[in-house]
Every structure is written in structure tokens, then in C-alpha cells.
Design a protein around this ligand. Structure first.
Ligand code: PBG
Length: 326
């Protein structure tokens, strides 16, 4: 039955009516804030392609984390920029590695904050790839051991959750096994399961100094043309013990997010990546879009598509705006 019996506009008449029938809500607890740790003190390096994002030395990181906590954000994810890079990315799993130092300091000062760590080698390897390289090839199985070591060292430093982003086959199982063997049965793994070989990571590679020095990441990250393959990746990671599944990037992959939510009844995260952030910031700085409305609409679109958790550089601004709106 249609018009005039049905009138869709009846429930749109007032803010109160719209509110009581609203299907999706964005809240601060949906947001995870990515932060970048670097050696030194009083370091706060801006990143031109990501206005508002900085490489922070541990002292500055603590100052910034205080803001994060004050604004009501409940979780962060840490990335590290090492002092030196080498073939095997040893900076990723050293006891005094940058992430290990940052995690210890943050957990000591903010024990309640959920601190996740990105587990990958690309920031730490001289070639910038996410695994061990031999004769121009990124090797899968030898990489697993290094990733597992990295994850364990993060957890030993106090990380609440590890998030492998390398896209090697079998890494969830390898990490689950090493954590369990060391008594960390309760530490969840958030798997970057459906991570695409995307052009949207450009600005991140500026801040993390992690661009591959030869070739690209297409032999391990997913082909943007594929959707069925993402479901296989997710199924395999769940079998290996992943607790949260991530789709990355966000906006160009909302279809993958919705499909993942429908096919697997699991906690789902999405990464609203650096290129998505840079586009919004660029347009906003020119006055071409209303930043606040655009950001909140984008984040809401990710929730509507099925995300339970959104990793986003907009988190601090969004928290302020959500607070103002009440
Ligand atoms: C590391 C990693 C990347 C991102 C998160 N973890 C970069 C990449 O795969 O090259 C990208 C995040 C962003 O663009 O905001 N492997």
C-alpha cells in the first residue's frame, strides 16, 4: 500500500521524532585513535599530507594521550618509527623498540585505556616490505616467526590487543600460538583480514616512513577488484583465532564491510585510512565542504555498513563534535 495511506515524511517531522526512530548511532566508544611513536624527546613532527597528525616522542605521546582520555576516547592503536631500519626489521621486536617503550609508558600512566598495537614489519625494514625479502620476493613462512615475536614483545610490554596488518598467510595462527604458549590466552587479536592493496595508504607511508623501496604490496595485500576473496580471508583468520576482523580501507570498501557483517556474526572493525582523511582535510581547508558534517556522516556510514569499531584520525575532533551535539 502506498500514498496517501503511507507517508514516509510523518516520522521526519521533528528532531525528536527522527531521533526515536534512528537506526544507527555513532558514539565515542566506536572510535579507535591511531598514534605514531618516534624516539627522542619533545618531538612533535607534523605530517604535511595529514594535518593534525604528528610523529610523537614518548613524552609528547603521553601529553597527547591525556587529551585522548580526557575527550572520552577509549582505545588507541600505536605505530612506531624506529631509529634504524634493517633487512629483518629487528626494531619491531626489540625489547627497547619504540612501540615497546611507548606501550610501557602509556599503560603506566593510563592503565584503563585500551592500547592496541599494529603488528607489521614495513616500518622497520630497510626495503619497506611487510615481510622477509629474498631475491626480490616477500617470503611468507619465514616472516611468521618475526611477526609472532613482535606481537609477543608488544604484549609483554603491556599491549591490550595486537593487530597484525602484514597480510601473510597463517599469521593469526602463529601469533595466537605464541601468545597462548606464554600464558596470554586472554589477549585478543584484531586481524587486518580484508586489507586491500590500496592507493589510499599514501599519506600513512609519509608519517610511518614505510613506503616499499621496490615494487608494491600486491603480492600480499588484496586486489581491490575482489569481494569473495575477502570472505575467504575472514573465514581463515577466524579459524586461526582472530577475535576482531578488520576491513581496510573504509569508504571505498563499505560493500565488503556489509557483506562481512552479514556472512559472519562477528565484531567488525574498519580502518578509515590516511588517504580518506587527507581528502577530507584538503577539501575542508579550501572551504569546499563542511568538515564536521562530512566527517560525522562518513563515520556514520561505516557504522551503518556494519562496523562496530572505526579506526580514524578524525577521532579527537569527532569526540568533540559528538560531545557538543549531546
Ligand atoms: C602497515 C600498515 C599500513 C597502514 C596500516 N598499517 C600501510 C600499508 O600497508 O602500506 C595504513 C593506514 C593508513 O593509510 O591510514 N602495513
Amino acid at each position: 500500500m502506498g500514498y496517501p495511506i503511507n507517508r514516509m515524511r510523518r516520522l521526519r517531522k521533528s528532531p525528536r521524532l527522527r531521533e526515536i526512530v534512528r537506526e544507527n548511532h555513532l558514539t565515542k566508544s566506536d572510535l579507535m585513535y591511531p598514534m605514531f611513536a618516534i624516539y627522542g624527546s619533545n618531538v612533535r613532527n607534523p605530517v604535511p599530507s595529514m594535518p593534525g597528525v604528528f610523529q610523537l616522542s614518548v613524552d609528547e605521546l603521553l601529553r597527547e594521550t591525556a587529551k585522548v582520555v580526557e575527550k572520552g576516547i577509549q582505545s588507541i592503536i600505536l605505530f612506531g618509527i624506529p631509529e634504524e631500519k634493517d633487512e629483518l626489521g629487528t626494531g619491531a621486536y626489540r625489547e627497547d623498540g619504540i612501540i615497546q617503550l611507548a606501550v610501557r609508558a602509556i599503560k603506566k600512566n593510563f592503565p584503563e585505556l585500551i592500547v592496541a598495537t599494529d603488528v607489521c614489519l614495513c616500518e622497520y625494514t630497510s626495503h619497506g616490505h611487510c615481510g622477509v625479502v629474498e631475491e626480490g620476493q616477500v617470503l611468507n613462512d619465514p616472516t611468521l616467526e618475526l611477526l609472532a615475536k613482535t606481537a609477543l614483545s608488544h604484549v609483554e610490554a603491556g599491549a591490550d590487543m595486537v593487530a597484525p596488518s602484514d597480510m601473510m598467510d597463517g599469521r593469526i595462527g602463529a601469533i595466537r600460538q605464541i601468545l597462548d604458549t606464554h600464558g596470554y590466552h586472554d589477549i585478543p587479536i584484531m586481524s587486518y583480514a580484508a586489507k586491500y592493496a590500496s592507493a589510499f595508504y599514501g599519506p600513512f607511508r609519509d608519517v610511518a616512513e614505510s613506503a616499499p623501496q621496490f615494487g608494491d604490496r600486491s603480492s600480499y595485500q588484496m586486489d581491490p577488484a575482489n569481494s569473495n576473496e575477502a570472505m575467504r580471508e575472514i573465514a581463515l583468520d577466524l579459524e586461526e583465532g582472530a577475535d576482531i576482523i578488520m576491513v581496510k580501507p573504509g569508504l571505498p570498501y563499505l560493500d565488503i564491510l556489509r557483506r562481512a557483517k552479514n556472512e559472519f556474526n562477528i565484531p567488525l572493525a574498519v580502518y578509515n585510512v590516511s588517504g580518506e582523511y587527507a581528502m577530507v582535510k584538503a577539501a575542508a581547508s579550501k572551504g569546499w565542504i563542511d568538515e564536521q558534517r562530512v566527517v560525522l556522516e562518513l563515520l556514520l556510514s561505516m557504522k551503518r555498513a556494519g562496523a562496530d569499531l572505526i579506526l580514524t584520525y578524525h577521532a579527537l575532533d569527532a569526540a568533540d563534535w559528538l560531545e557538543e551535539r549531546g
